[in-house]
Write a protein that binds this ligand. Structure first.
Ligand code: NAG
Length: 144
């Protein structure tokens, strides 16, 4: 089994992903692609920062009273335009921490309780990490 099949067991079919990426708001995505999407390591520091940003946005927008965290990264790719564009597919799960989030709390994923809730999300984050500049270009989540 090559690494591609290992990280995509529950991933979206590539065709669906292509359609999703093609539906990105063109006004936000007029820049030229200098290097098309290519897989990056799940340990990639810039990708991690983008995921952190995406989860912050996710929690800001969600009406849920609990914080959700990324529980398992399924796929991560980088495209270069005039910025870095990370496409991150991840499972996100409800934790036992309520909003607002404070950094000194220990948040544990709700499992085997009636509060258990998991979503599959694809985030496309545009970033100039060295400027601390992050922008959500696309977010698509569905319940698992
Ligand atoms: C969440 O659960 C863990 C483990 O039971 C506990 O240590 C932690 O304090 C809980 N967090 C909150 C905010 O209740």
């Amino acid at each position: 089994m090559d690494s591609e099949t290992m990280i995509r067991p529950r991933g979206l079919p590539l065709l669906l992903l292509t359609i999703l990426l093609a539906s990105i708001d063109p006004a936000k995505n007029t820049s030229n692609v200098l290097r098309p999407f290519k897989s990056v390591e799940f340990s990639d520091a810039n990708m991690r920062q983008c995921l952190w940003f995406a989860m912050e946005e996710y929690n800001k927008e969600s009406k849920d009273e609990y914080i959700f965290l990324s529980s398992q990264i399924l796929q991560a790719q980088l495209q270069l335009t005039d910025r870095m564009e990370y496409m991150i597919e991840t499972e996100v799960a409800r934790t036992n921490c309520t909003k607002p989030y404070s950094n000194n709390e220990i948040c544990v994923i709700q499992e085997n309780t009636n509060l258990e809730k998991k979503m599959n999300c694809i985030f496309l984050v545009g970033a100039l990490p060295w400027n601390g500049d992050f922008l959500m270009l696309m977010k698509d989540c569905s319940e698992i």
